[in-house]
Design a protein around this ligand. Structure first.
Ligand SMILES: [Mn+2]
Length: 302
């Protein structure tokens, strides 16, 4: 059976997948923020570390013409060791497929944790295009290379951080992250990333991230594009590098394990990294302000 046959077979059956309705239904009506493009990566569905509730909230709050899934969406490595697939993870797959059916162009670039999908490069499942990498042209005419970013691991092997990313210390930290945030939720406090805070304190991690960003931006410069969008290192960032006297933009769309970030392109080509826990906090505050009585004498006095 060829890949194309398989794609036909799956597409013939895809009408019934994902199942009819998600556990958490999409909100009816409600204005969504519209963007030209959305990039997300490193969701790690199939692991406890995935902040599925926050991602569902994000997906229900935004819409775009194009959506790039920049790798490590499903964590095949972890799933192979231990099967973990709560209803919320199905809800995310359902929402992405629904989006493709509603007309959003969805491009899925598998990463290293979901490398099993790389064999389907060039195929289309339920309206989702699978690519090894992509080029994205912004509204203001910049050309960006889009890839997951594990391609540069070989270059980065001299750095110890990678061993750390893949291994027990990282998972231990993710477990602490879950515990900390469970307690914070009980206390009514918003999501806060322990590992993100720790990473910025560890000198080697900071050095690794800086070096990685440089290596990826250089590769983009060598391709002659204006910039690169990637994921992989779970650190959302925008930086500008110089390559042969020409600026090269480095964009990392972050992750949904620690930071809960997305990268978006506005309709004029302007790009922005969204930190979703902060967006949720701001929304809750403005809703509280709107709900408060307008002519409250106590507030006037204060
Ligand atoms: Mn990765």
């Amino acid at each position: 059976m060829t890949g194309a046959d398989l794609s036909d077979l799956i597409n013939d059956n895809i009408a019934s997948f994902p199942p009819g309705r998600p556990r958490t239904p999409e909100p009816e009506g409600g204005a969504r923020r519209r963007y030209r493009t959305i990039w997300i990566s490193d969701v790690h569905l199939g692991t406890k570390g995935c902040n599925a509730e926050l991602l569902i909230d994000f997906l229900d709050s935004v819409d775009s013409e194009t959506m790039y899934l920049v790798g490590d969406i499903i964590d095949g490595w972890r799933l192979k060791k231990k099967f973990y697939w709560p209803a919320a993870h199905n809800d995310i797959v359902w929402r992405i497929m629904k989006r493709a059916r509603r007309g959003t162009r969805v491009v899925y670039i598998p990463g290293n944790h979901d490398e099993m999908f790389r064999q389907f490069t060039g195929l289309n499942f339920g309206g989702i295009e699978i690519r090894r990498a992509a080029f994205h042209d912004t509204a203001d005419g910049r050309r960006l290379m889009v890839l997951h970013g594990d391609e540069f691991d070989a270059v980065m092997l001299s750095h110890r951080w990678l061993a750390f990313v893949g291994d027990h210390a990282y998972h231990l930290m993710m477990k602490c992250n879950i515990a900390v945030n469970t307690v914070r939720r009980w206390m009514g406090k918003p999501y806060w990333s322990l590992s993100k805070a720790a990473k910025h304190k560890v000198k080697n991690a900071v050095e690794f991230i800086g070096k990685y960003e440089e290596v990826v931006a250089r590769a983009a410069g060598e391709r002659g594009v204006d910039g690169v969008v990637c994921g992989h290192i779970h650190t959302a960032e925008f930086r500008t590098f110089q390559h042969n006297g020409k600026p090269v933009e480095y964009w990392n769309d972050g992750d949904w394990v620690e930071g809960c970030n997305a990268l978006v392109e506005h309709h004029d080509g302007r790009m922005e990294i969204l930190h979703w826990p902060e967006e949720m906090k701001r929304r809750a505050e403005s809703e509280a302000a709107a709900a408060a009585p307008q002519d409250d004498p106590a507030r006037e006095a204060a």
